[in-house]
Ligand binder design. Structure first.
Ligand code: BTN
Length: 237
């Protein structure tokens, strides 16, 4: 546990490069330069739960993205088990409660022919009020403290998430992603909704139909189905 650092993902990445073993976790009370998807920043005030987990799965590099699906399911299940929250999943990696973002996941991997490591970064808006976030995030974000009207035991929550991740990771290594895909679909807030996805190559708009084993989203558009690997997704209805 470090009080304040730049980013738990960045610190753990350096440790991974130096040979740190699988299972290492870096937790911070506050991040000065928290990182989000698509090169964005991630507001990480004191009171949140900001941590990263190092994994070294012996799977082909192409299978690394499916670990994010497993992690999303693990976080949603832990939030339910530990705090009774009705957590849902928004494609690609957000965990929502009451339709607002409570948690973001950032998976970063390195492969050199074979997969060297995956860093799963998990950021949960835990014990702070929305006023601690920049103005522009307050409409779409939510915090555990705002929902439950009390602070929660962050260590217990982190333990519950790590327990789910541990079980999920073992199941993933034994049986692949199929069971998590099914669970992801059940918990999904995105499937069957009208969506607008901003991708690196343009905008895809239509109805979200399904996800595949790599975590890509299939969208039914007026011009036929389009599969989107990554992007920024907005629910339109
Ligand atoms: C996103 O939704 O854009 C992903 C946000 C991921 C934030 C977490 S907080 C812990 C870890 N360290 C980081 O710098 N980012 C991730």
């Amino acid at each position: 546990m470090v009080e304040v650092l730049e980013s738990t993902n960045s610190v753990l990445k350096e440790m991974a490069e130096a040979g740190e073993p699988e299972g290492t976790v870096v937790v911070a009370e506050e991040q000065r330069a928290g990182r989000g998807r698509l090169g964005r920043g991630w507001a990480s005030p004191r009171g949140g739960l900001w941590f990263s987990v190092l994994l070294r799965p012996e799977v082909p590099p192409a299978e690394a993205p499916s670990l994010t699906l497993m992690a999303g399911v693990a976080v949603a299940q832990a939030l339910k088990a530990q705090l009774g929250l009705d957590a849902r999943l928004k494609w690609p990696n957000d965990v929502l409660v009451r339709g607002k973002k409570l948690c973001g996941l950032l998976a970063e991997s390195r492969s050199d022919g074979r997969l060297e490591y995956v860093i799963l970064g998990i950021g949960i808006n835990a014990n702070f009020l929305l006023s601690a976030l920049p103005e522009e995030l307050r409409r779409t974000a939510i915090t555990v403290r705002e929902i439950l009207q009390r602070p929660v035991d962050r260590l217990a929550l982190m333990r519950a998430i790590i327990k789910e991740l541990d079980a999920g990771y073992k199941a993933f290594r034994d049986g692949g992603i199929a069971p998590f895909l099914e669970r992801w679909r059940e918990l999904s807030e995105t499937l069957d909704r009208a969506v607008r996805v901003e991708t690196a190559t343009g905008i895809v708009q239509g109805v979200a139909e399904d996800i595949d084993a790599t975590g890509a989203l299939r969208v039914r558009t007026p011009n036929g189905p389009v599969t989107v690997g990554s992007g920024d997704c907005v629910h339109l209805d």
